[in-house]
Structure formats: structure tokens, C-alpha cells
Design a protein around this ligand. Structure first.
Ligand SMILES: [Zn+2]
Length: 292
């Protein structure tokens, strides 16, 4: 049983929302000595508590939510409310390392294997800024919103999707972990040609169908197709809806919704996930539908 250091408990008070994190000095080692003079201890709020990890001595563990001092919680909440922040911000895990360039040896082979298996290569990893988090043991895919301003395109981080690469069917843990800003339309969008738009369910499928076609690709990430989303694609001449087979009824409804606002929608029906097809197969599946 790992004893939770005092500085971790203190830091936890200030981290109210999942995704928030900080670094502190790891002072209180068991023998009373100081571990490091730099902020080597990372503390991260998860849904049900705080994960801590010291990059110097390797001490790591978990502080469950219910262990937090209720009085201190109240004080911390009151202090936060004075800030009157309209919404909270989101950050990548503090320990996340890029999986491209000079850092690419920091991620384990299994992380690359998982991506390569679905045809997501080094260029895609770099383009989409895919990271690895040792603490979460997950591949971290950031989700950005790109804002077109007068002279530049600004990227705003909306959150991230973390995939447990060890996850297997029947496992108890979560396959996907999602951290996001509350109340935003959380979709992964790759901008391509604007007259054709492909809607799929997951990020890797979006990357694959975009690479195969050059069309704009959207991953729904477990959400539905909303009117707000459809309005972004009003100018499209074709909206391909390519979802898993078990949600066919939903897909039909989405297509109806699109047609109602004047966006021609085509359902793509396939045996497997889009990411499991080759680029040629993806193009065939799409153009076949185009001809119908
Ligand atoms: Zn330490």
C-alpha cells in the first residue's frame, strides 16, 4: 500500500476537474529526505480521484476522491468560484510525450503497433500530434477546433481521446477515455475538400478515409449528428454517413435530418469498420455508393 505524500494531498485540493494536472516537489519520502528540488511529482485529476507519479524516484499511486478532506474541499471550491471561470480548460496529460520526431523512442512499441495495424503511419502521427501517456498507458489523440481568423488558423484544444492499447474484448477497463471541455461539440474533424464530407465513428477511421479520398472527415466519438454539425457542412454536395452496422437505424435518421436541411446524404454500408479497409477498398465503397 503506497502512502500518499502530503504534497500530493495538498496539490489535489486545487485540481477539481478531470484532466487538470500540476507538478510539485516530492518532499516527504518515507525516510524524511527530499527526493528532488524540482517539480518531479506529477498529480493529475481523474474521474474518481488523483493519479500521482514521481519522475525522479518512481513513487506512484492513486488518491481516491472520497479520501479528500471535506473541509478543505469546501474551501477550495469557494476559492475557485471567485475566479468565475465560465468553463474549464483542458490539457494533455502532463506526462504525455509526442510519438514523432526526436521523442518517438519514448513511446512503447505496442503504441506504434496499434496505430500501424490500422494503417495510421508516422506522417499521420505527426500531423495529428498523437502522444503517448505512460501514466494512463494510453495513446493520446488530441481533438482540436480550428478557428479561421483573418490571417491565420488557430487551433484550440477541445480535449483528447485516450485509447488503452492493451484493451481486449471482455476487459473491465475503458477502451476509450475521453477528456473534454464541457458543453462543446466534441468531434474530430480533418479538413479536406469541402464539397464531400465523410462521417465515421472513430478517429483512426477518419484518418484513413480522409487519406484515401481527400474529403473532409469527421469522427463522431460516440456523439450523434447534430443540426449544429450539419450546418457546418451546408455547402457539401454529398455527405457520406459510414457508421457501424449496429447503429444503422440511427444512420438512416441522420441521413433524413441532413436531407431536410438540404445536404444530400448517402449511407455507406460495410461489413467492417472503415479503418479495416485498404485505401482502394475505401474508394470503391464510396464510389460504388456514388453510382447508386
Ligand atoms: Zn520522488
Amino acid at each position: 500500500m503506497v502512502v500518499v505524500p502530503e504534497e500530493v494531498k495538498e496539490a489535489a485540493m486545487g485540481l477539481r476537474y478531470p484532466g487538470e494536472n500540476t507538478r510539485v516537489i516530492h518532499q516527504y519520502r518515507r525516510d524524511g529526505s527530499v527526493c528532488s528540488s524540482d517539480a518531479a511529482m506529477s498529480v493529475m485529476r481523474s474521474h474518481d480521484g488523483w493519479v500521482f507519479n514521481c519522475f525522479r524516484c518512481g513513487l506512484s499511486g492513486f488518491l481516491p476522491l472520497e479520501d479528500r478532506d471535506p473541509k478543505a474541499t469546501k474551501e477550495s471550491i469557494e476559492k475557485k468560484q471567485i475566479d468565475r471561470r465560465p468553463c474549464w480548460t483542458v490539457a494533455l496529460p502532463t506526462d504525455a510525450v509526442p510519438m514523432w520526431g526526436e521523442w518517438n523512442n519514448k513511446a512503447p512499441v505496442k503504441a506504434f503497433t496499434w496505430l500501424y495495424k490500422y494503417g495510421v503511419g508516422d506522417d499521420d502521427i505527426k500531423q495529428h500530434r498523437i502522444h503517448w501517456s505512460p501514466l494512463y498507458n494510453r495513446v493520446i489523440i488530441p481533438v482540436y477546433k480550428f478557428l479561421n481568423t483573418k490571417d491565420k488558423i488557430q487551433a484550440k484544444l477541445l480535449g483528447w481521446v485516450g485509447r488503452d492499447v492493451d484493451w481486449k474484448k471482455g476487459d473491465k477497463g475503458q477502451k476509450y477515455l475521453i477528456k473534454k471541455i464541457n458543453g462543446t461539440e466534441f468531434r474530430f474533424v480533418i479538413q479536406g475538400s469541402t464539397d464531400k464530407v465523410l462521417v465515421v465513428e472513430d478517429v483512426l477511421s477518419a484518418i484513413r478515409v480522409h487519406n484515401a479520398t481527400g474529403y473532409t472527415a469527421v469522427a463522431l466519438l460516440g456523439h450523434g449528428i447534430t443540426t449544429t454539425l450539419l450546418n457546418q457542412f451546408r455547402r457539401a454536395d454529398t455527405l457520406f454517413i459510414w457508421l457501424d452496422r449496429d447503429v444503422l437505424t440511427k444512420a438512416i435518421n441522420y441521413a433524413d435530418k441532413a436531407r431536410q436541411i438540404g445536404v444530400p446524404a448517402i449511407l455507406v454500408n460495410s461489413e467492417l469498420d472503415p479503418k479495416l479497409y485498404s485505401a482502394d477498398e475505401i474508394r470503391t465503397l464510396i464510389s460504388f455508393k456514388k453510382g447508386v
